[in-house]
Write a protein that binds this ligand. Sequence first.
Ligand code: FMN
Length: 337
Amino acid sequence: MVDLSTEYMGLKLAHPIVPSASPISRELDKAKQLEDAGAPALVMHSLFEEEIQSEAEHFSRFLVEQGIGHAEANSFHPEPIEFKNELDNYLEQLQKLKQSLSIPIIASLNGISMDGWVEHGKELQAAGADALELNVYYIPTNIFESSQYVEDRYVELLTELRRHVSIPITMKLSSQFSSVAHMVKQLENAGANGVVLFNRFYQPDIDLETLHIKPRLEYSSSIESLLRIRWVAILYGQVKLSLAVTGGVHGGKEVVKALMAGADVAHVCSEILGKGPQRISQIRDELAAWLEEHEYESVQQIKGSVSYKNAIDAGYYERANYLSVLDSYTHAPGVWR
Ligand SMILES: Cc1cc2nc3c(=O)[nH]c(=O)nc-3n(C[C@H](O)[C@H](O)[C@H](O)COP(=O)(O)O)c2cc1C
């Protein structure tokens, strides 16, 4: 029997295939199905600071209206104490998941302000989260915001949060930093225990009939895993924090590649949303079968085996790779070029 166990930010997991943030954690029975299918941990859907803020604004408007012109209606309104906001619902769901499941639960936070990150981070820890995943989903559209400014903000917020929260923290990053490796190193120095590479940015589309912008969410494809795997391979050995891949993991082969690059876990989302929770155990079995077939005894044995750790100059190696990819092009017969 091969040993599939892995360690992610100090959490000991039975194997490395972990469901990433998705609406599944909103429903207790679905989350339980994932655990029954062998999920070794679960990342919750994100708590968005904007949702809490907009509710708070609605609520305070509602209180003001109560106070200024609708006195006779006061008795119809719920007492403020009964009002549950998105934060309360999230904390309640986290507590329910902790009570019903025995696997580690990683809460996910998507903030916009320093206070939001810190206050909600503290509350998620107090509600029993085993770790925090901070989703850094921000597209710098302002031409006066330099890359240094954007990076400093993340480092500052993490530094501040780290002062208040003792559970492991991982940052789910975008690939669109000028220097991903330097950014990850700064986050490690600021106290991050892991990074999740990479957020998938959803590209809005233009509806040519209504001329409106319409949101577009499509499931990923395996090819997307390659960008993530490459960056894990670059980082492995240069940083000590845990590395996780998210994006394009659909089967055992992507998991093997992610581990060989140096990942501690491979997250899955589209695959289980599209095909169901049993994909967790199937992918785990695919991983085990591959390791057995290639005579490996454990996940640990292959971790980082195809990383850039031993490359003297990873940048040079990348350029050489680029050249050989272009060189490998041959045009098909009958095709002009
Ligand atoms: C329907 C849906 C909802 C998602 N919700 C969240 C979320 O709340 N927070 C988050 O960090 N990522 C969220 N994600 C992103 C996934 O966790 C994952 O990082 C991304 O889909 C790439 O992985 P995949 O290729 O396995 O789908 C969501 C993805 C989908 C498809």
